[in-house]
Design a protein around this ligand. Structure first.
Ligand code: TRP
Length: 327
């Protein structure tokens, strides 16, 4: 069976888009197959430099995964920063990665394009530039094969393959060439304004806000001016939310409501009920864990012991392949 691995940047607390796009599918997968799920806390340092936020996000995101039902028996769950072997591999891979490959990264190019003036690299930290190499190290240290990610990460997996291939040709075959696993159908929840849900656009709904805030946020989802009694369109933003959260039975009912012309306000109440039904049990567990960080630490430590064993065995072989070994 293929080994599955995915990482989540610990950048604030999770929103509904993270849940639908990354967490829910990975948690489903964890019920059936062995997987590596980790908190990319070193990646988060590129996005923000607030130590308290970095620390708090790690707890919050770890707690969210556990609360939402990650299967801890099948999963190796750990912090990237607890596996120093990743950083060591990062240097080995940096040493053979062509600069031209990094020049082509979408995230880097987008930042350059957005920069006015002569020096296009003015706002680019080396961490952002080297981001794909660290991501390759995350994947290759465990020789993982299947990588569930959002479509925005596809290029990074292709770069990982290029880097793995370069290593194999230079030092002898060691790395698998990993494949991205992208679920295009059900994985994109729009933000309340219809654009991709993202922290950077402030159009997100927190995964674990209280019920009142959840309904309030749902009420802010953009609609048109159709009146009650008028048929509602299925290409609306609201309908996409129903598609992401409703089960088959819900959707039959909701289709009728849309066709009969239920008012947007009432549809939003229905949406709240459906989303809250799914999240309420997780919310309680989440709050419990957030108030009990020792428990989360314990769970992570267990995963880190398992991860470390595999990583150190692999790194030993990699070091030997590149000629770093005892005399
Ligand atoms: N870059 C990913 C994101 O922002 C997170 C990530 C870091 C990751 N390392 C990874 C995902 C390795 C998959 C595999 O979403």
């Amino acid at each position: 069976m293929s080994s599955v691995l995915t990482g989540i940047t610990t950048n604030g607390s999770p929103h509904l888009g993270n849940y639908v796009g990354a967490m829910r599918p990975a948690i489903e997968l964890s019920k059936k197959s062995k997987s590596f799920i980790f908190l990319a806390d070193y990646h988060s340092l590129i996005k923000q430099q607030d130590p308290d936020l970095t620390h708090q996000s790690t707890l919050s995101i770890a707690a969210a995964w556990i609360a939402c039902g990650l299967n801890l028996k099948n999963t190796v769950f750990y912090r990237q920063s607890s596996i120093p072997e990743i950083m060591e591999l990062n240097w080995i891979l940096t040493s053979i990665t062509p600069k031209g490959l990094m020049n082509r990264a979408h995230a880097y190019k987008a930042l350059q394009d957005a920069t006015n003036g002569k020096d296009k690299d003015k706002n680019v930290q080396m961490g952002l530039y080297n981001y794909p190499i660290l991501m390759s190290s995350d994947i290759l240290i465990f020789n993982a094969e299947l990588i569930p990610v959002g479509s925005d990460q596809k290029q990074h997996i292709e770069m990982t393959r290029d880097i793995a291939n370069k290593f194999n040709l230079t030092y002898g075959n060691f790395f698998n060439l990993p494949e991205p696993m992208i679920d295009e159908t059900n994985s994109v929840l729009p933000g309340i304004d219809g654009n991709k849900m993202s922290k950077s656009y402030s159009n997100y709904i927190d995964l674990f806000s209280g019920e009142k805030t959840l309904q309030k946020k749902i009420n802010q989802i953009k609609t048109d001016s159709l009146e009650p009694g008028e048929k509602k369109p299925k290409n609306s933003i609201l309908y996409k939310y129903f598609k992401c959260f409703g089960n088959e039975k819900d959707l039959i009912k909701i289709n009728d409501y849309f066709d009969e012309g239920m008012g947007w306000g009432d549809l939003k109440k229905e949406l709240f009920k459906i989303i809250n039904h799914e999240l309420a049990p997780f919310r309680d567990k989440y709050l419990n864990l957030i108030n009990n960080p020792k428990k989360v630490e314990e769970i992570l430590r267990e995963g880190e012991i398992k991860a470390q064993k595999i990583a150190s065995a692999n790194l030993k072989k990699i070091r030997s392949l590149v000629g770093i070994r005892s005399l």
